[in-house]
Design a protein around this ligand. Structure first.
Ligand SMILES: Nc1nc2c(ncn2[C@@H]2O[C@H](COP(=O)(O)OP(=O)(O)OP(=O)(O)O)[C@@H](O)[C@H]2O)c(=O)[nH]1
Ligand SMILES: [Mg+2]
Length: 161
């Protein structure tokens, strides 16, 4: 199938280690019916963390390109590693992405990884949506996470559900 440029979306997932990028990518692929089985980190069965070293360590090391069809569009999803050691993967992914999703852990709000990666987002001027994740955690605090994001990134941060 061929797609017009207007029907292509290149989305990069960014965020502090463990904020849930790989799991979120898995959920997106499942929702878009690109996969029939929703893998997990603990089962070492996610589409994104497919290399042996990622399965062993339980975190992403490489950027992974995946894709899903949504209505008439093809969405390219790039999952990036959160650990600063692998920031080169983030930079190269930002170069080809039109939009970024920055994952925030609702238990911890804006974290050091968020701040570090934000420097690159600003450098590339990438439009960004924050995604508040880990909302099922008993210590999750959506309001505080939103406040922290607004405090740090300005009042252009508005909540959308
Ligand atoms: N309870 C709960 N657990 C989550 C959620 N999102 C992710 N997790 C868990 O949090 C851990 C880290 O999730 P990952 O998806 O690997 O996070 P990541 O941002 O890709 O991590 P890095 O690749 O290291 O940057 C895993 O054990 C996930 O199962 C969530 O919304 N709720
Ligand atoms: Mg990951």
């Amino acid at each position: 199938m061929t797609y017009q440029t207007k029907n292509l979306r290149n989305v990069v997932l960014l965020g502090h280690p463990g904020s849930g990028k790989t799991s979120f990518a898995e959920a997106m692929l499942f929702e878009a019916k690109a996969t029939t089985r929703r893998g997990t980190i603990s089962d070492k069965s996610t589409i994104s963390d497919f290399t042996n070293i990622e399965k062993e360590r339980g975190n992403s090391i490489f950027s992974t390109l995946m894709h899903a069809k949504w209505k008439d569009s093809k969405i390219n999803i790039i999952d990036t590693p959160g650990f600063d050691d692998f920031v080169g993967e983030v930079v190269s992914s930002l170069k080809v992405a039109d939009t970024a999703l920055m994952m925030l852990n609702a238990r911890s709000g804006v974290e050091v990884g968020t701040e570090l990666i934000w420097e690159y987002v600003e450098r590339f001027n990438t439009p960004t949506t924050f995604v508040v994740n880990h909302l099922d955690n008993e210590k999750a605090d959506f309001e505080s996470t939103l406040e922290q994001a607004q405090e740090r990134f300005g009042n252009r941060v508005i909540p959308v559900q």
